[in-house]
Structure formats: C-alpha cells, structure tokens
Design a binder for this molecule. Sequence first.
Ligand SMILES: [Zn+2]
Ligand SMILES: [Zn+2]
Length: 267
Amino acid sequence: MRIATLGSGSSGNATYVESTSGAILLDAGLSARRITLGLKAIGRNVRDLSAIFLTHEHRDHAAGVAVLAKQVEVPFYATPGTWQALGEIAPDRRCVEPGVSLQLEGMRVTAFEVPHDANQPVGFTVAAEGERFALLTDLGYVSDAIIRAVRGCQGFLWEANHDPRLLLNGPYPWTLKQRILGDHGHLSNQQTAEALRQVVSDETMWVMLGHLSEKNNDPNQARQTASEALVASGWQADAEHLHIVPTHQPSVLYAVGAPLRGYADAG
Ligand SMILES: [Zn+2]
Ligand SMILES: [Zn+2]
C-alpha cells in the first residue's frame, strides 16, 4: 500500500491511498484542480481513482466534491449524516456505516466514529495486502473505541492540530478557542502523543502528523511532543518514521516500509 497527502489542514485535506489493484481518495477538501494537480505531482492520475470517501462535511474535507463529481465518474462514500449535511452534491452518493467494512479494489475500508462537531464524522482504516493504514483527523478526543479500531495499523495519519498554549494566546476569538479545545474539536499535540503511545506496536512502520494549525501550532513542537512519547515507549521517532505532512503541497508517496521499532532493514 502507498499513501500520500495532497494537502492537510484547514485549507484543505485529501489523502491518496493505493493498493496494487486500485486507488482511492480519503476526503476531497481541496479544489478539484488542486486534487488533479496534486495527483499528477506524485505521478498519479485522477482517473485512476475508483472511489472517494469523505470523513465529514466540513469545507476543508469536502470542498472539491461537487466539481470533482462532474469530472470523474466515481462513487462518493460518506455516512448518512454527512450526506444529510452535504445534500445532493454528487450524483453517485453511497453510504458507509461505522464499523461495517467495504471491499473494493483489493482494499478493505472501514469507517469508525469520531467525536467532532459535524453531523456524523468518521475516521477510516484501509487494509490491503496484509497492511493497514489509519486516518484520524478532526476529533476532539481519542476514545477507547477509537484506540481499538486503529491499534495494530502499520501506518498512521494523526491529527496534531494545536499547541494549547499557542491556541490560548493566539488570535482566535474565545468561542472558537473553546470549540477547538472541546471534546468535539481538534486534537492537541499532547493528546496525539498520548494516543500514539497506546496504538503504536511492533507492527507500526511510520506515523504522519497532519492537520496542523498554521496559527496555533508549531511543526517543531508537534514533532517533538510526538517524538518524546514514541521514544519513551521504545520506538524510533527519526525522520524516516515520524513525518509532518505539508499543509499546502502533496507529500511524497509513503510505502508501508521499515518498522518503527528496532533494527529495521535498510532496504
Ligand atoms: Zn478539518
Ligand atoms: Zn472538521
């Protein structure tokens, strides 16, 4: 399995996932043009996508859907609640139910509920070829059910949205600060680090940190907080295993590669 983010954060999210037999997109929060160009930048074509999954209706996750749906004939999958919020913005709208896996193009996609201020938001795991990847952005806290849903994955994209100190001293209005800090807001660096401690295992190969706030976080701070938690649990947290994905550009394609712990084979 290979994974790349095309953009991450409040200006737009989309994550490309491919197996040897097909490719999907998780979220389409960039313009259709940026998604097309982003895929091109990583040597892929928007026409290769066989489905697009949405985590929730917020603009930074769904802004590209309507135009994309006119350009490529793919089914769009989201929870019934997300469709209710988005309306009839794509002709081929299909439902996913949290906990029910969907098999397509050699991949098994499973949604799991996350606490966030949207209608029925979810995260996803994608399993293929004996590997499993989890995407968790936009959640206010990490429940035990979420830990159970993603534990054992080899690759992770975790939200590390804010540093509470920067957020509280930053420019946002108080009500927005409260929303972000709340149980239906976004994860802080510390919350993410604590969750990582619980989910990384011998199977883990890498962790990407994403959805970083440009105003309320500092990438070095996010990396250091996660890295300290990983190292304290006996994991490697070097540049090969812990990544911060770019906000405005595509990341590189990450293959599920060398294990996080121990003496990884350099090849
Ligand atoms: Zn978001
Ligand atoms: Zn959101």
